[in-house]
Design a protein around this ligand. Structure first.
Ligand code: GLU
Length: 419
């Protein structure tokens, strides 16, 4: 597949897939199946506004591949959530679940909407209507949605309740629920926790030095970015720059993340945090730091800014943050990229634990969940790293991760008899 900057998000993921397909020597038929999707549902989501008018949104649920288990993946509410983005994210879920070896396939959902413009009651009506529209293709052993950008435990509660109205109480229909409704200890922090764990493993493996001597910039201060900042600081890293949709801040000595979380809880943004200097949001990605953690939207490191990126380690907390053109340039410069399908797999891993606990009608304590998560991601990192080493670093960490994931999916699909 040709390397171009104007690839759609799904084409970009498939660009990485094709590299893995070459390493795994896949047949043309396998490539045809895995570069497409199993099922795509587009739904109309009309929502009654508080003023009595009707707003009409478009929603999707895409199921990419289910060879290894029920479809699994979050739902995002975002203006950019068009079909190509949702396809890309669904396919990343297939590779992510295979790489960390949880028994799920890959799916994703999205509604094209700016939720910051909605009241809580409008958000509830939107959530319920969307979930009702996709209810016939999901199920606790068929497809299990979860939170993603701009959706959270409250939205999952409405989803579960809406499904229960039709099909009877079904705890396992979504993960990322609040504890009071069958959520798992540790799920909220899980993606950020996984990001910091693999970052720490990469730092040790690459012998980059002690955390206190390493600076980190984090783009995005939502669930994933804020937990990553908090846990990185706990491990001793110097978090020197963070940003959110309203702006960016920096402090060369390291931001006091605990105090920053308090400021965000009060003001709603990282901007104007006492003890920080304002920064141009675009400059965060090119800041003079050791480690860069994009934890917001996709396609933020592109041919426009890649030449200015100075970090030697990039940990992809967001899905799809580096375009293939930028990936090729960074890799040729010797920058190590821990790919999204490994770096942000902590969320779906603990989603799997939530689903297991729900199926067994019991609950594990937080230390148990965190220890299981650490073992699972540690194993996935080590497997990727050994593959990377075995190839004499002729492949990138991303290619190693994709090659391992694709091989597992192809094996399961072949055993079922459809490849
Ligand atoms: N939305 C998260 C992701 O991109 C979590 C998905 C899940 O828990 O199913 O991995």
């Amino acid at each position: 597949m040709e390397l171009r900057e104007d690839l759609t998000p799904f084409e970009a993921v498939n660009y990485f897939f094709h590299k893995a397909a070459a390493i795994d020597e896949l047949s043309d038929a396998a490539v045809a199946v895995l570069t497409g999707t199993y099922r795509e549902l587009r739904v109309q989501v009309p929502v009654r506004r508080d003023d009595g008018s009707l707003a009409v949104h478009v929603g999707y649920r895409v199921q990419h591949n289910g060879a290894r288990g029920p479809y699994k993946g979050g739902v995002r509410f975002h203006p950019s959530a068009d079909i190509e983005e949702v396809r890309a994210l669904a396919s990343l879920m297939t590779w992510k679940t295979a790489l960390v070896d949880v028994p799920f396939g890959g799916a994703k959902g999205g509604v094209q909407v700016d939720p910051s413009a909605l009241s809580t009651t409008e958000l509830e009506r939107l959530s319920r209507r969307y979930f009702g529209q996709i209810a016939h293709i999901i199920g606790p052993n068929r497809d299990i949605p979860a939170p993603d950008m701009n959706t959270n435990a409250q939205v999952m509660s409405w989803f579960m309740d809406e499904y229960g109205r039709r099909s009877g109480h079904t705890t396992q229909i979504v993960t990322g629920k609040p504890l009071a409704l069958g959520g798992s200890e540790g799920r909220e922090a899980a993606t950020g926790r996984g990001v910091v764990q693999v970052m720490d493993k990469a730092v040790a493996t690459l012998q980059m030095g002690a955390p206190r001597d390493l600076t980190v910039a984090i783009q995005g201060f939502g669930n994933v970015g804020s937990w990553a900042a908090r846990l990185a600081e706990e491990k001793g890293y110097r978090v020197v720059a963070v940003s959110d949709v309203w702006g960016a801040i920096s402090h060369t000595e390291g931001l006091d993340v605990g105090a920053l979380l308090g400021h965000v809880a009060e003001s709603g943004s990282v901007v104007d945090f006492a003890g920080s200097e304002p920064m141009e949001p675009g400059d965060l990605l090119t800041a003079d730091v050791d480690i860069l953690v994009p934890a917001a939207i996709g396609e933020v490191i592109t041919h426009h800014n890649v030449a200015d990126v100075r970090a030697s380690l990039i940990v992809e907390a967001a899905n799809n943050p580096v375009t293939p053109v930028a990936d090729a340039e960074l890799t040729s410069r010797g920058v190590t990229i821990v790919p999204d399908i490994l770096a942000n797999a902590g969320g779906v891993t603990v989603s799997y634990y939530e689903w297991v606990q729900n199926n067994q009608e019991l609950s594990w304590d937080e230390a148990d969940v965190n220890a299981r998560l650490e073992r699972k991601l540690g194993r996935a990192f080590d497997t990727c790293w050994s593959f990377y080493q075995a190839e004499d670093a002729a492949v990138s960490m991303r290619e190693a991760a994709f090659a391992l994931a694709v091989k597992r999916v192809v094996e399961a699909a072949s055993l079922r008899g459809y490849l």
